[in-house]
Each structure stands twice: as structure tokens, then as C-alpha cells.
Ligand binder design. Structure first.
Ligand code: PGA
Length: 256
């Protein structure tokens, strides 16, 4: 049985440390009774030390939105994995569409980041998604396969037991509506089958595949009704504790 998970990347929507601390406190308060779903928040790098003190001893974990592709050395402006580990990061988001588009991340650097996160005992959340154009031309699955194979290249079975796959169709990020739940379910089955081909049934059945892209409290209920959607990756609509709680409840199947 795959455990459900709900997390939120704050991107740079939350752009003050103090605002971030307040939100982390409100969110952790609002979900403090939840023990059947894993939860995490991904603030921007410099907020992590402060947020970690707020979330320590709560049921909400924290992590980072990115990681350096190199362990250490002359890489100006990067944040090394060891530092993130020392800050108690449990999850590292890797290869989000915005990183690929605005910061020229390639499949090769993404693969290096995945390996480094794992080597440092952190859980990589590997993001993949097709563009609107891919979808129109009916080649979305080719992109997903390519990205997935690149991201996971060189991982062994033990690594694969830790990885989380985040399906984030680019055309559904930053919109008013999420992708349709049946469409997402179909893609998640496709991704799980791809994993099965490479790593076998047992790994595929146990790997967590979450969906992200305009998730809100209403569509969360529909998305979480599907067997292969194991959790939700929330952006804008998770920036209020009340919404975050509702989305967590959707993941638990507890909605009034
Ligand atoms: P959004 O972001 O919910 O604001 O669309 C989702 C994401 O990029 O993960």
C-alpha cells in the first residue's frame, strides 16, 4: 500500500522569511492531527534554517526546490547537497519545468542532482511533464519517457525505492484548472508501466507518483479518487493553511 503524500513548493511566491515562518506555523498547526499522510513544504533556500525550527517536532517535513549538480567545488551560486542535508532537508525537488525553462537545466544535470540527493540520504522528487505542443501533436508520452529514463539513469533498486515521481504537465502549471483526473490517471499508469519495464513489478507497484499543476481543494478530491495518483504537489493554492489542510484531507479521502 503506497502512503499518500501532499507537499507544497512555495517557489518565490513567499518572498519574505517572516511571512514564510508565519505560514509554516499556520500550516503545521492546521494539520497537526494528521498521521495518515506524509506532508512537506519547500521554501526558498535561505528560509530553510528558520522554517526548520518551526517545523521541527511536527508532522510536516521540509526540503529544497533545487540542489547543486556537483558535490562541491567552484560552482558559484550553487547550494551543495551536504548543506541541505545538514539543514534537515528530507525532500529535494529536481527538474521542475520552471528550472528547465528559465535556468536551462538539462536531463543530464538533473540526473546528477538526483544521484547527489540520494547519496546524501534525501528523497528526490523528480519532475516530468509534457508541453501543450507535445500534447497537441500527441507526442507527450515520448517526452515523458525520455525525461524519466534520463532522470533515473544509473539508479539501482534501492535508490528507486526512495524516489518520488512528480507528473507536472507544463500546460497545467499556473492555470485556473488542473489537468483532468482521468487524463492524469492514464499518464500515471503509463509512468508506472515504464518503471516496471526497467525495474520490475515490485518497484513499480511501490513507487510514489504524485501530480502537480493548479491543484486546489476542489480538484484535489477528484484527483485523489484515482488509484494511481499517490499524492499532490501544490503551488499557488497551497499558500493558505486552510487550503493546504483541505488538500491533505482530500488525500486522506476525508472530505465532508
Ligand atoms: P501551481 O504550481 O499549483 O501554482 O500551478 C504547481 C507546480 O508547479 O508544481
Amino acid at each position: 500500500m503506497r502512503r499518500k503524500i501532499v507537499g507544497s513548493s512555495w517557489k518565490t511566491h513567499i518572498y519574505s522569511i517572516y511571512e514564510g515562518k508565519k505560514l509554516a506555523k499556520e500550516i503545521s498547526e492546521s494539520v497537526k492531527d494528521v498521521d495518515d499522510v506524509d506532508m512537506f513544504l519547500l521554501p526558498t533556500f535561505p528560509m530553510i534554517p528558520l522554517i526548520s525550527t518551526t517545523l521541527a517536532n511536527t508532522n510536516v517535513s521540509w526540503g529544497a526546490q533545487n540542489i547543486s549538480f556537483a558535490e562541491k567545488g567552484a560552482y558559484t551560486g550553487e547550494v551543495p547537497p551536504q548543506v541541505l542535508r545538514e539543514l534537515g532537508c528530507k525532500y529535494i525537488e529536481i527538474g521542475h519545468a520552471e528550472r528547465r525553462t528559465y535556468f536551462n537545466e538539462t536531463n543530464m544535470t538533473i540526473n546528477k542532482k538526483v544521484k547527489l540527493a540520494l547519496n546524501h540520504g534525501m528523497i528526490p522528487i523528480v519532475c516530468t511533464g509534457e508541453t501543450a505542443e507535445d500534447k497537441e501533436q500527441n507526442i507527450g508520452k515520448i517526452r515523458l519517457t525520455t525525461e524519466l529514463m534520463w532522470m533515473l539513469d544509473g539508479l539501482d533498486e534501492e535508490d528507486m525505492r526512495k524516489v518520488i515521481i512528480a507528473y507536472e504537465p507544463i500546460w497545467a502549471i499556473g492555470q485556473t484548472e488542473a489537468a483532468d483526473e482521468n487524463y492524469v490517471e492514464d499518464i500515471h499508469v503509463f509512468l508506472r508501466n515504464r518503471v516496471e519495464k526497467e525495474y520490475g513489478k515490485e518497484i513499480a507497484e511501490n513507487i510514489t507518483i504524485i501530480y502537480g499543476g493548479s491543484v486546489d481543494p476542489e480538484n484535489a478530491v477528484k484527483l485523489m479518487s484515482k488509484d494511481n495518483i499517490d499524492g499532490l504537489f501544490v503551488g499557488r493554492f497551497g499558500l493558505k493553511a486552510e487550503n493546504f489542510r483541505k488538500i491533505v484531507d482530500a488525500a486522506r479521502g476525508k472530505v465532508e
